[in-house]
Design a protein around this ligand. Structure first.
Ligand code: 8X3
Length: 249
């Protein structure tokens, strides 16, 4: 049975991915900072789910915890780097510097920690799959996307570069690049807990759901081993990469 590690497992995409992979028959390690939420999920998902409380930005702590994984949850075959966040939508000249650092710490540093730690064992076994959660923000610039978009551009290029380093090995890498997705805490976090502002993002829009993303992950991991989806861009029908705007003087 394949074993998957999903970061950011306590809510949103991460939680939906854990549920779907468990339903598909995988063993799943769900990692997140919020142990209470993880425990609730564990109570629902049964023995094939292992809740692990850690913060992806804390390298040494993550390393220690992963070295002590119970035998039945080793080795990790599938790494799903889902933990990530957006903070703020202000223009760069009004943005909060701490928000920028936090996004870089989680979206980039956290993702490379986990990958650096788990990839060697995949290479040793010549088997594995890394799925990164990027974003359309890593491809298309938008107002206020500044560091968030740049962090996702890192994830996009890192995914592509992993593929080049892994050429000749049976290890797959996919960057999933979602657009507007609702039913998560994404916008509530982006707007620092302003739920009213967050709600306006999704008002009257038929958005992509966490279950849509989980179904995509399920499809990816069930494709044959010779088959690699390098990247997959997903938007709701209600969204498109709109044209470049011009400001008339
Ligand atoms: C989430 C999509 O459009 O809010 O990464 O950047 S977007």
């Amino acid at each position: 049975m394949n074993i998957a590690l999903v970061t950011g497992a306590s809510s949103g995409f991460g939680q939906a991915i854990c549920r779907k992979l468990i339903a598909d028959g995988y063993k799943v390690i769900g990692a997140a900072r919020r142990s209470d939420k993880l425990q609730k999920l564990a109570d629902q998902l049964g023995d094939n789910f292992l809740p692990l409380t850690f913060d992806v930005t804390k390298k040494d702590a993550v390393e220690t915890i992963l070295l002590q994984l119970p035998k039945e949850f080793q080795p990790i075959d599938i790494l799903i780097n889902n933990a990530g966040l957006a903070l703020g939508l202000e223009p760069a000249y009004e943005a909060n510097y701490n928000d920028w650092e936090t996004m870089i710490q989680t979206n980039i540093i956290g993702l490379i920690h986990l990958t650096h730690q788990i990839l060697p064992s995949m290479v040793e076994r010549n088997y594995g799959y890394i799925i990164n959660l990027g974003s359309v923000a890593g491809t298309y610039a938008y107002k206020g996307g500044n560091v968030y978009g740049a962090s996702k551009a890192f994830v996009k290029q890192f995914s592509a570069n992993l593929r080049t380093d892994l050429l000749g090995k049976r290890i797959r890498v996919t960057n999933i690049e979602p657009g507007l997705c609702g039913g998560t805490e994404f916008s509530n976090i982006r707007f620092h807990g302003n739920d009213e502002q967050a709600a306006t993002v999704y008002k009257d829009v038929d958005y992509v759901t966490p279950e849509d993303i989980a179904n995509t992950v399920s499809w990816l991991v069930n494709t044959p081993n010779h088959f690699n989806v390098n990247s997959i861009e997903i938007m709701p029908v209600a969204q498109a990469s709109a044209g470049l705007s011009v400001c008339k003087q």
